[in-house]
Every structure is written in structure tokens, then in C-alpha cells.
Write a protein that binds this ligand. Structure first.
Ligand code: SF4
Length: 605
């Protein structure tokens, strides 16, 4: 493994850190290895935005090779949104470039006295002033740094205004609008006065057995190209299944209070294709190319929205206009704010306005009416700048609900706003949201795809009805382990790579002799370590819950009958049993931790 660059932003000291071989053997890389790296720093007394709080950018052992969907990196630390473990991964080209520059990760601590950025190039790193960049949006920052460095192709990961103002859902953006969106890692960067990290590398990404790896990755990409999910994603993007999700009642509308819309949806993949789509985009070496490129009235090509943004600024707010969604997505990207959290928090504001708990006196005169695009845009600008009512929105949905005496109306788990996959339409998401280490996350396990048929039997998974209850708990745990493995490789979940294919790639890239069971155990190890970290940060069994709106039936189910909400308590009971966790505390038992080589976490977990 290549070294990790370690930077103390307070003193400006830059060193290199070598990861012990036993750690890479147990955790591979990515988010799991970052959790091991940061385990000792995840102290309750160390606030997420404090100067000493660590922030780690990490790649995986396949990142930057020419394997399938290997262009991603992950950013990890303590989340200002949840106060718990934070991780957010991002596509594009930045992660591969870092590895080509000779580093597998960057470990940041401290706080700079003035805004700065880090410049990493071919085994060297230096700190440069970012005073002139402070206040620029994310795209402007990329351009300004590229111009200043004048070094040809430079990849830049940066924050915008929202990161500077430390909004707890501030993101980090790189390349053509690829983002590390969730859990507020952009705010942690902002709190360190770190505007950006620019990287450039000309080296070769190391794999331990190149002659074994090369044919395997060619075969993996050939298989991936022919996969049905790949074809949908390339043709229609991540919202390709939008109409189907809508039919299942899995796509939220009117802030999770309406199960179905009668009118034709224009914010689906097909809707985009019929209107503004002008091309596709891909991350490093990716044969899927799920990214959308659209052209609006000004004639300029720009990033098209993906599923979460389309639903968040679409049916969630009773809007249905792909042009408007594209514009709101771009404004959020430029400010550096996560579109899921932003649109969810706006949805809550609309809901509380309708309930009479928020009035025009609170909003500075804005009447928050469903389907009003003007209010939505105004609220986004106010939030990023922490102006007017936006100062309240800028604390996220949980805090907004609390402020107006209605925290239970906020559709969030542990401070992270729920993504746009409703557990009443795909019940596995109930457990996924309730137990994810980073709050209501749909990427720690995209179980909604399992609920519609993407069942991997070679992992020991079975098929269950999309509305099944406790009987699917063990299945959910397996899928979470599988996706935790993906997150330690920092692979994209949209790449439907078969387990035996991935096994060959891991073994040849890392010099291992693993089985599929070993891969799943590595995933389980990462999941349990993050749980132990969260336990240490104060998470208890009580935190494994869903917000009230998701535990109520829809009144307008598309199937013509009331759709019962998931029975979360019985699902959790079965889940703890499947995980080997204490059913009362919800903590991994010492025996479980020992079995996973996590003895070091026993005392404090
Ligand atoms: S599937 Fe999409 S998000 Fe994933 S690596 Fe490929 S282009 Fe990037």
C-alpha cells in the first residue's frame, strides 16, 4: 500500500504515515480502513467541527486501476449533522489522481489560521493560500486553482459557501459535479479553513499481481457492459426506474405524505431523455456512464440531475419540471450543499407551514405552498448564506423540526435526512435507515434494488416480498456487509459486479487468497467497527428508529389499498439476532467483536 499523507493544518507540518499490513488485510481500504485509522480519535469530547477533529480522504486498493467503477474516493470523519461516524464517497477522477500522485489517502488535523488549499503532486505536497478563493463557488474554485497552478490537468476537490459557513450538510465537489454529498464533510473542511485539495499524478497505480489482474478486469468490464442494470443506467441514468419506483409507492411525494401522483412524471430518466438530455458522462474508466449531461435554454451543456435530486426538488415538493430541478441541483452544487438534505429540509418547512406551525412571520413573508418553485429557490439561497429563515433551514431537518416544536415530523434518522426511497414501498429500507452508521443512508445498503429483484444468491441471500417484515432481517444484514465491502474498496454501487468476479480482482490486486465468505466477513468487520465507534459516541438501541411519517400508512396507495408501514420493532429484533448483537443495548457483543478481529473495540464499545 502507498503511504497516507498526514497534514497538520495548525502547524503546517506535512508527514507520511504507513498503514500497518494487518490493517489493510482486515479492512482493505476506503471507509473501513478510515474507521480503523480514526478509531482512537472518535472521542465524544472531540466535536466534529473542532480544530483537532480528524478528516480523512481515502481510496481503495482498486481505485485508479482500469477495473469496474473504480473511480471513487471516500471522505470520513465525525459528522456535524449526526454527531456520529461520517462518511461520504465521491466519483469523478480525483481519487485515481491521488493514487497516481503516490498516496492512498490524506489525513488532516488542526485548523489553519487563514484559508488555504493543499496541492499534492507526484509524491510532494505543499500548503498554499486560499484567501482569494474564499467566497468562490465550487466550480469557480476548481477553475481558479487550475489557472493558478498552470500545471495542465489538475483535479480539485473543493467546498463552496456552505462549507465555509459550516452548514451541517455541506458537501465536497470535484470534476464535472461529482460530490461527496452526505454527512457534512464539507463543513468539516470549512471548519479547518481548508478550501480545496488539488492533486496531480503521473505514476502508475500499484496492483500486486498485474498479469493476473489485467485479464480479470477486462472480463469484469465486459460482463458489466452487458449487464441489464448497466444498460438502464447508461440509457436513462439513475432515475431510469423512476416510474417503477413511483408505481411501487417507493418514490416519496409531498414530503413522504403522499403515495402516488396521478399526472405523468417528467422527472424520470425517460422524462429527461425526452426533453433536455444531450449526452452522458462517466467517472474514471467507468463503462456504465450513469451521469447525465443536459442542455437548457442558454444552450450550455451542464450536469444533469440524478434520481435523488430529481425526486427531492420534484415530487417531494409537488414539482415536476426537469429544467427547474437541474437549476436547483446546480445552485446547490455551486454553494456546496447536499441536495437530499436541502430538499428534505425544505419539504419539512412546507409541511410545517401547512400545519400552521410555521407562518409568514417566520419566513420573512414567504408563503410556503406546495409546488411553488419561487419559494424553493429563495430558500436555497437563504440557507447557503445563512440569511433570514435560511439560518433555521441551515441546521437541517431535525433542528428545524425541534425549533418549531415538531421534531417528530422531520423525516430523518439520527440527524441525517432520509433519502428518496420510502420503506413503505420497499420494506428493507426500514432496517437500512434505522441501523445505518451514518443516519438515514440509502447507500450503506441500496436494499430497494434487492426488494425489486436484485438478489445475489451466491452471497447467501434469498428473495422476499417488497413488503415482508422480520423474515428479511438476515438478508438485509448480508447486503449491508456486501456494501460495506464495496465501501472499503470505494466501488460504486451502480456497478453490478458479481461476487466471484470481484473476488478475483481483490485477490490479484491485494495479493490475497480470499473466499466469498472472507469478503463478507471483511464487510461485517467494517460494519461492526463503525457501530462500535457510534456506540462510543453515544449511540444506543434507542437510536435505531424511524421518524413518525414513515410509520404511518399512506392513504392513497397505488395498489388501491392502504399500505401498512413496516413493523420496525420485530424487524430490529430479528436483525440484532442475525448480527449477533445484544438485543437490549443493540451493541455488538464482545464475542462478536472478538470473532471479527475487533478486540481493540471491546472495552469501549
Ligand atoms: S456508475 Fe456512474 S457514478 Fe458509478 S462510477 Fe460509473 S459513472 Fe460514476
Amino acid at each position: 500500500m502507498q503511504p497516507i499523507l498526514k497534514v497538520d493544518l495548525t502547524s503546517g507540518k506535512i508527514t507520511e504515515f504507513s498503514i500497518p499490513k494487518t490493517w489493510t488485510n482486515d479492512f482493505l481500504g476506503g471507509a473501513s480502513l478510515a474507521a480503523r485509522l480514526l478509531y482512537d480519535s472518535m472521542e465524544p469530547s472531540l466535536a466534529p467541527l473542532s480544530p483537532q477533529a480528524p478528516l480523512v480522504f481515502m481510496t481503495g486498493p482498486l481505485t485508479g486501476t482500469s477495473g469496474p467503477t473504480v473511480g471513487r474516493f471516500v471522505v470520513c470523519g465525525r459528522s456535524p449533522a449526526t454527531g456520529l461516524w461520517g462518511e461520504s464517497n465521491c466519483g469523478g477522477f480525483w481519487g485515481p489522481e491521488l493514487r497516481m500522485a503516490g498516496y492512498d489517502g490524506i489525513w488532516l488535523e488542526g485548523r489553519a489560521a487563514e484559508p488555504l488549499y493543499l496541492w499534492v503532486q507526484d509524491g510532494k505536497a505543499e500548503i498554499r493560500s486560499a484567501k482569494s478563493l474564499w467566497g468562490l463557488d465550487t466550480y469557480q474554485t476548481q477553475e481558479a486553482i487550475q489557472e493558478e497552478l498552470g500545471a495542465g490537468k489538475v483535479r480539485v476537490a473543493s467546498i463552496g459557501t456552505a462549507g465555509e459557513t459550516q452548514i451541517p450538510f455541506a458537501l465536497i465537489l470535484c470534476d464535472h459535479g461529482r460530490v461527496a454529498g452526505r454527512t457534512g464533510m464539507g463543513a468539516v473542511m470549512g471548519a479547518k479553513n481548508l478550501k480545496a485539495i488539488a492533486v496531480q499524478g503521473h505514476g502508475k497505480v500499484p496492483v500486486l499481481d498485474p498479469s493476473g489482474f489485467s485479464p480479470l478486469r477486462s472480463e469484469a468490464n465486459r460482463l458489466l457492459r452487458g449487464d441489464a442494470l448497466t444498460q438502464v443506467l447508461r440509457e436513462l441514468g439513475t432515475s431510469g426506474a423512476g416510474d417503477y419506483f413511483n408505481y411501487l409507492g417507493e418514490m416519496p411525494k409531498r414530503y413522504f405524505h403522499q403515495g402516488h401522483v396521478e399526472e405523468e412524471l417528467h422527472i424520470t430518466g425517460a422524462g429527461l431523455k425526452d426533453t433536455i438530455l444531450s449526452g452522458v458522462s462517466a467517472c474514471h474508466a467507468c463503462v456504465v456512464a450513469c451521469g447525465r449531461v443536459v442542455r437548457l435554454e442558454d444552450g450550455e451543456k451542464r450536469k444533469g440531475p440524478e434520481y435523488e435530486t430529481l425526486v427531492g426538488f420534484g415530487p417531494n415538493l409537488l414539482l415536476n419540471d426537469p429544467v427547474f430541478v437541474t437549476q436547483m441541483g446546480e445552485i446547490c452544487d455551486r454553494y456546496g450543499m447536499d441536495t437530499i438534505s436541502m430538499s428534505n429540509t425544505i419539504g419539512l418547512a412546507f409541511q410545517l407551514f401547512e400545519m400552521g406551525l410555521i407562518t409568514a412571520a417566520d419566513t420573512g413573508g414567504l408563503n410556503l405552498k406546495w409546488g411553488d418553485p419561487g419559494s424553493v429557490e429563495a430558500l436555497i439561497h437563504q440557507t447557503a448564506r445563512r440569511e433570514g429563515f435560511g439560518a433555521a433551514l441551515g441546521e437541517g431537518a431535525r433542528a428545524l423540526g425541534r425549533r418549531f416544536g415538531a421534531e417528530e415530523e422531520a423525516v430523518q434518522v439520527n440527524g441525517l435526512e432520509v433519502a428518496y426511497h420510502d420503506p413503505r414501498g420497499a420494506s428493507g429500507m426500514a432496517l437500512v435507515y434505522a441501523t445505518s452508521p451514518r443516519g438515514a443512508c440509502h447507500n450503506q445498503s441500496d436494499y430497494f434494488l434487492v426488494d425489486v429483484g436484485q438478489v445475489e444468491t451466491s452471497l447467501g441471500m434469498s428473495s422476499y416480498d417488497p413488503h415482508a417484515g422480520a423474515e428479511k432481517a438476515a438478508n438485509v444484514a448480508i447486503h449491508q456487509n456486501w456494501r460495506t465491502l464495496f465501501n472499503s474498496l470505494v466501488l460504486c454501487v451502480f456497478g453490478n459486479v458479481a461476487p466471484d468476479t470481484l473476488l478475483g480482482l481483490i485477490n490479484s490486486a491485494c495479493g490475497l487468497d480470499w473466499s466469498i465468505e472472507d469478503m463478507l466477513r471483511a464487510g461485517e468487520r467494517g460494519w461492526n467497527l463503525k457501530r462500535a465507534i457510534n456506540n462510543r459516541l453515544g449511540l444506543t438501541r434507542w437510536n435505531d428508529r424511524l421518524p413518525k411519517p414513515l410509520l404511518q400508512p399512506y392513504i392513497d396507495d397505488p395498489m388501491g389499498e392502504e399500505m401498512p408501514p413496516p413493523d420496525l420493532n420485530s424487524m430490529l429484533e430479528a436483525y440484532y439476532s442475525a448480527r449477533g448483537w445484544d438485543p437490549v443495548s443493540g451493541r455488538p457483543t464482545p464475542e462478536k467483536l472478538r470473532k471479527l478481529n475487533l478486540e481493540f473495540a471491546i472495552r469501549q464499545s
